[in-house]
Design a protein around this ligand. Structure first.
Ligand SMILES: CNc1nc2c(CC[C@H]3O[C@@H](OC)[C@H](OC)[C@@H]3O)c3nc(N)[nH]c(=O)c3cc2[nH]1
Length: 375
């Protein structure tokens, strides 16, 4: 089995160009990872997701443990086989969903006991169980079980959650190694917490940096805080993490968030924005965001972007897309999701090329002009 590895290939300021090596192929970074929470990137065929240039998709412990259960996915050959995605899969540990979706939760040192939001059945997630589930799914890049404290929160609450997550990091790591994750070429990330408290953020990152994680995620952000707060946390946290390991900013973000975070040293992103917005008629393009619900598109024969290499952007008129969205036709969600994922992958390709060419600051200025106000 090829071991997991991350290679730092080039830098342009604090922006990094890298490459991940996993058991299911390589991943060029900075990378955007489409969200496939329940074993599907909603409204897209896996072949089309791959055609956009995406090399990693996300799965989620919370959803998949409830339906169809991790044991059933394992019996059917694991998540790669189940969803017909041959490339890399990153799974989230459930630490976020269990606090936002589950009913009747009780959080203790052991873990989180909760009732399913679907049928009220009782479940328990612990660091050990979350890592076992990610192993059953066959995930290439796994997340520790953590607690994401919602902002705004008191310093006591933020500190409690951050220290609990550090203890859960150790237990997640121990279980990952007992299950032979490293020998299977799998990676486990420690997740930095600490809310918007810089001292706690630095302490969390420093403690995790002492543990043998293959990579690190920045959690507890993109939970409603202003972009300036998120970026300030990155400014203080990223220098504390090992340079030679990949950094994943969870749940981020808009094109502007992504460029500003790459500028500070983030390598990987995930966000429901392009897929969710697509289902609601919003198209991301090189010209900005276009709302296809707007009647002004009703007679427009032009496609979203005639120069795009994505059929959804190049071959269908805005009039037709407007019609599909207005009538609630499934094809509307499919085409706009395909367009949006393609746009995000095109943005990541441009970012990687700019870092390679040493022209990242010029791209950053261009994206700032286009996206800063359209947050
Ligand atoms: C959006 N902002 C945001 N997302 C976040 C997620 C992923 C949500 C997970 O939910 C699904 O998307 C809705 C995805 O699951 C495939 C994602 O991994 C987080 N996950 C963990 N474990 N810890 C965090 O501190 C955390 C913070 C977040 N902030």
């Amino acid at each position: 089995m090829t071991p997991f590895a991350f290679q730092l290939l080039a830098r342009d300021g604090a922006a990094r160009r890298g490459r991940l090596f996993t058991a299911h192929g390589t991943v060029e970074t900075p990378a955007f990872m489409p969200v496939g929470t329940q074993g599907t990137v909603k409204a897209m065929f896996p072949e089309d997701v791959a055609q956009t240039g995406a090399e990693v998709v996300l799965g989620n412990v919370y959803h998949l443990m409830l339906r169809p259960t991790a044991e059933r996915v394992a019996r059917l050959g694991g998540l790669h086989v189940f969803m017909r995605w041959p490339k890399t899969i990153l799974t989230d540990s459930g630490g976020f969903q269990v606090m936002s979706l589950a009913a009747l939760r009780s959080l203790t040192e052991e873990g989180v006991a909760f009732r399913s939001h679907l049928d009220g059945s009782r479940h328990m997630l612990t660091p050990e169980r979350s890592v076992e589930i990610q192993g059953l799914l066959g995930s290439d890049i796994q997340m520790q079980f953590d607690e994401c404290v919602r902002l705004p929160a008191s310093r006591e609450e933020i500190e409690r959650g951050m220290r609990l997550s550090l203890r859960w990091a150790e237990r997640s790591r121990r279980r990952f190694e007992e299950l032979g994750g490293p020998a299977k070429g799998q990676a486990l990330h420690g997740i930095v917490q600490g809310g918007d408290d810089i001292r706690l953020r630095i302490e969390s990152a420093a403690e995790l940096a002492r543990m043998p994680f293959e990579g690190y995620s920045i959690g507890g952000l993109a939970v409603g805080e202003p972009q300036a707060v998120m970026l300030a946390v990155l400014d203080e946290t990223l220098p504390v993490l090992p340079q030679e390991k990949q950094r994943y900013l969870m749940g981020v973000g808009t094109p502007h968030d992504i460029v500003e975070s790459v500028a500070r040293g983030i390598d990987m992103f995930d966000c429901v924005m392009p897929t969710r917005a697509g289902r609601h008629g919003l198209a991301y393009t090189r010209f900005g965001k276009i709302n296809l619900k707007n009647a002004k598109h009703a007679d427009d024969p032009a496609p979203l972007d005639p120069e795009s290499d994505c059929p959804a952007a190049r071959d269908y008129s805005r009039a037709y897309l407007h019609h599909l969205i207005k009538t609630g036709e499934a094809l509307g969600a499919m085409l706009l999701t395909w367009n949006n994922i393609s746009y995000y992958q095109r943005l990541m390709r441009d970012i990687r090329a700019a870092i390679d060419a040493g022209t990242f600051e010029a791209l950053r200025a261009e994206m700032d002009a286009l996206w800063a106000k359209a947050a």
